[in-house]
Design a protein around this ligand. Structure first.
Ligand SMILES: NC(=O)C1=CN([C@@H]2O[C@H](COP(=O)(O)OP(=O)(O)OC[C@H]3O[C@@H](n4cnc5c(N)ncnc54)[C@H](O)[C@@H]3O)[C@@H](O)[C@H]2O)C=CC1
Ligand SMILES: O=C(O)C(=O)CO
Length: 328
């Protein structure tokens, strides 16, 4: 049985059912406010807790890990991406890191398709015309977008979310291509009817839609830099639900403005909460406030994963979703 004494500090408000269960199982310190913790409060939490439950709004760098108390043994992240945590330093300091993969997969893939449709079928423009009362009735040439069916989709990062995007894209009649650190097994590739590109440059140059689904790591920072973006077709659309840092956002904005890229569907940003301010005024850009995994079901399942990771640790085993730096 898990010990009642395990001290667990949670940095943000979580779904009520998750907070209740955490309190039943552990000596859980929950937040009253949903503001992200200050750096000082985060360090104080790391000094007092056995387990910290942070999320992507908490930057946990080497300096903070160096100040952690001797009892901190697990950082059980609420979320799949762990680019806000210095996993290497945590490991060196004997602190495990776990995350919540899998339960965010289908919801985030749904949002990739929503963004693709939003950009190619001009859904926000249609909505704006309805809300403003500007729409004057149906016309043969009004709000014409492009058809997804038949288009070439390139998936950068064919992991859980990338593969879920591929399955959906096939249902829409798209041709699926991908570039990944490792090629999929032939059975997996066949099941997805996906074409592998060893060269990212060659893939991006040929795609109609590019979906970014790799994690943000030192090796993926600006993987889509100005040079690579320039290889894309001017008619191509880019979708990013991964992390903003994978794309050189300013270079992308310049290309969108210059008509060298047809559109973008973005859930995540490199520069601040809303990204480069120019993005907001572009009719060919659909922007969402990082809501790829934002379903009630998913957020509870993320909490359940966190609890399983902590319970397993408390039982003396490695958490099932332990993040190993080599995986990143
Ligand atoms: N917008 C949102 O709400 C959400 C965003 N995410 C983001 O999506 C990312 C991906 O999530 P999952 O699919 O669950 O991760 P995953 O680990 O299952 O898949 C990532 C894939 O990217 C590949 N990859 C890593 N480095 C690469 C490189 N340099 N070049 C090519 N491929 C590379 C990996 O081999 C792996 O196949 C997360 O790390 C997170 O940043 C995740 C959940 C929700
Ligand atoms: O899990 C993640 O990495 C997110 O971005 C939010 O679910």
């Amino acid at each position: 049985m898990p010990s009642k004494r395990l001290s667990v500090v949670v940095t943000r408000r979580l779904p009520e059912v998750v907070e209740t269960r955490l309190s039943e199982l552990f000596n859980a310190k929950l937040r009253d406010s949903d503001e992200p913790m200050s750096r000082e409060d985060l360090v104080a939490a790391m000094q007092s807790a056995d387990v910290l439950v942070p999320t992507l709004t908490d930057r946990i760098d080497a300096g903070m890990i160096g100040q952690a108390g001797p009892d901190l043994k697990l950082i059980a992240n609420y979320g799949a991406g762990v680019d806000h945590i210095d996993v290497d330093t945590a490991r060196t300091n004997g602190i495990m890191v776990s995350n919540t993969p899998g339960v965010v997969t289908e919801d985030t893939a749904d949002m990739v398709l929503a963004l693709m449709l939003g950009v190619t079928r001009r859904i926000p423009e249609g909505l704006a015309a309805m809300q403003s009362g500007e729409w004057q009735g149906w016309s043969p040439t009004g709000f014409l977008g492009g058809r997804l069916g038949g288009r070439r989709l390139g998936i950068l990062g064919m992991g859980r979310i990338g593969q879920a995007v591929a399955r959906r894209a096939r249902a829409f009649g798209m041709q699926v291509h991908y570039h990944n650190r490792r090629r999929l097994r032939p059975e997996a590739e066949d099941a997805l009817d996906a074409t592998y590109w060893e060269s990212l440059d060659q893939m991006v140059a040929r795609m109609d839609v590019l979906s970014v689904n790799c994690p943000h790591t030192p090796s993926t920072f600006h993987l889509l830099n100005a040079r690579r973006l320039k290889l894309m077709k001017p008619s191509a659309v880019i979708i990013n639900t991964s992390r903003g840092e994978v794309i050189d956002e300013n270079a992308m904005v310049r290309m969108l403005k210059a008509g060298e890229l047809a559109g973008a569907g973005l859930d995540v940003y490199e520069h601040g909460l809303r990204g480069n301010p120019e993005l907001c005024n572009m009719p060919n850009v659909v922007m969402l406030p990082h809501m790829g995994s934002a379903t009630q079901e998913g957020r509870v399942e993320m909490g359940e994963k966190v609890i399983i990771n902590i319970k397993t640790f408390d039982d003396g085993h490695r958490p099932p979703d332990m993040v190993v730096p080599a995986m990143l």
